[in-house]
Design a protein around this ligand. Structure first.
Ligand SMILES: Nc1nc2c(c(=O)[nH]1)N[C@H]1C(S)=C(S)[C@@H](COP(=O)(O)OP(=O)(O)OC[C@H]3O[C@@H](n4cnc5c(N)ncnc54)[C@H](O)[C@@H]3O)O[C@H]1N2
Ligand code: MOO
Length: 406
């Protein structure tokens, strides 16, 4: 086992193989799911001037309990040009500028109007400044609102818009070439002779990558032939080349030698992880290569632990590794061996239960899981009620919850 690289070391080495892709300017409506390539600074103060938070009347607090004379109106986008003097009020609506002279808004539910005459009809505001949003309540010009490397969430995109930006700096999309390898594989839906199998890793990886800033080139199914693999790998122009299958030690496991024949440098091969041990990583020119094992569950777990973080890193995420959470065990677990174990598990009555059979070919077990239980190398047996680390799947069935902050 001495030659197996611990997961954290393998992740660190993988992410150090290439820096984030070049920055570009991205329109707000295209920015979702990308990471900010630079700090985003407010170009304006929000609100620029005091505005009303309610529909009602702009008054001077000192004039309470009224009555007042209504001398004008301030609507959103159409401010009152005049000034509110003593014992005067201006009709005002939510989002409208507070007229000069006024300091407080009396909500209309607590007011009674007769022509231009306004009377208090309720408790009225208890403090000066009630129902008024002060200038700069949200932010001031020059404030750094989004740090470099932060995910551009819907809220941050709206924040950037109101801060005066029509576009944001982000990294260009990550180009990913995906190749399945194996003579036994046929495209999904094709007729199968005995011993043949539908190819499922390509569609699974594409689904895992959906929503990330990527452009995918599908290289389809490559046969277990050294010359064909070598030629196909040598042609790839992408930021990442992901292969599945052919990563292990069998006579037909040709991905590593073919990558090397195409000129690749292998940085590491074999990680202390279950499933997924025979995965490899390296570079082929400017392309980062990631050779994932063929077993569908091994490909899924290694894609979660390595491919998605690599994509996030190249797309500019400051913190690209998935976050674990703690959960309570619903059933005991045996002591773990020397590899970190990622058990397919599901929540039941608020507790997590690992599937009874953890074979790395079993997609139905994976499809029923909502998280992976993470077992450290040599972790002792764990009992029902113990706290364990999990990697929860997001709503899309993959680990999409990168840390949100730089
Ligand atoms: N003697 C040893 N044998 C194996 C070892 C080992 O250390 N010594 N490691 C095992 C482990 S762990 C894994 S994981 C597998 C992974 O091997 P490969 O990456 O070489 O995968 P393949 O042999 O090509 O395929 C394994 C399995 O998965 C099916 N497969 C492959 N690609 C796809 C695809 N795109 N869609 C669906 N299914 C796919 C393939 O038909 C095989 O059944 O090696 C162990 N062996
Ligand atoms: O590491 Mo393999 O992935 O156990 O099936």
């Amino acid at each position: 086992m001495a030659d197996l690289l611990p997961v954290a070391d393998a992740q660190r080495r993988l992410l150090s193989l290439a820096p984030a892709r070049p920055a570009e300017s991205v329109e707000l409506r295209e920015a979702s799911g990308r990471w900010s390539a630079a700090p985003v600074t407010a170009r304006r103060t929000q609100p620029e001037h005091p505005v009303s938070a309610m529909d009602g009347y702009a008054i001077r607090f000192a004039d309470l309990p009224g009555p007042w004379e209504v001398v004008g109106e301030s609507a959103a986008g159409r401010p009152f040009a005049g000034r509110v003097a003593a014992r005067q009020a201006a009709r005002i609506f939510t989002g409208a500028l507070l007229p000069d002279g006024a300091d407080t808004v009396l909500v209309q539910e607590e007011a009674r109007r007769e022509g231009d005459r306004l009377h208090l009809d309720g408790e009225g505001p208890a403090l000066a400044g009630r129902n008024v949003r002060a200038a700069g309540l949200d932010f001031h010009a020059g404030d750094v609102l989004i740090a470099a490397g932060e995910l551009l969430t819907p809220a941050r995109i709206a924040l950037a818009a109101v801060a005066g930006h029509a576009s944001l700096p982000a990294r260009r999309r990550v180009r990913i070439a995906i190749a399945a390898t194996g003579d036994e594989l046929r495209a999904p839906g094709e007729p199968l002779a005995p011993g043949l199998l539908p190819e499922s890793n390509g569609a699974m990886l594409a689904a895992m990558l959906a929503g990330l800033p990527v452009e995918i080139a599908d290289l389809g199914i490559l046969p277990d032939r050294h010359d064909v693999l070598t030629a196909a790998f040598a042609r790839v122009r992408a930021d990442i080349l992901v292969t599945t299958g052919g990563a292990s030690v069998g006579d037909h496991d040709l991905v590593r030698p073919a990558l090397q024949a195409a000129g690749a440098e292998i940085d590491f091969w074999k990680v202390a992880v279950r499933p997924g041990k025979p995965m490899m990583a390296g570079t082929l020119g400017d392309t980062v290569i990631l050779g994932l094992p063929g077993n569908p569950v091994s490909a899924f777990v290694t894609a979660q632990l390595f491919l998605l973080p690599l994509v996030a890193h190249l797309a500019g995420a400051a913190d690209p590794l998935p976050r674990t959470r703690t959960a309570t065990l619903g059933e005991p677990l045996p002591a773990n061996g020397p590899r970190a174990d990622y058990l397919r598990a599901a929540h039941r009555d608020g507790r997590v239960v690992a599937a009874a059979i953890q074979d790395s070919s079993m997609l139905r077990t994976l499809a029923r899981a909502d998280c992976l239980i993470v077992r450290a190398p040599h972790a002792p047996a764990a009992q029902t009620g113990d706290s364990v680390e999990i990697l929860p799947f997001g709503q899309r069935g993959a680990l999409t919850s990168y840390k949100n902050k730089a």
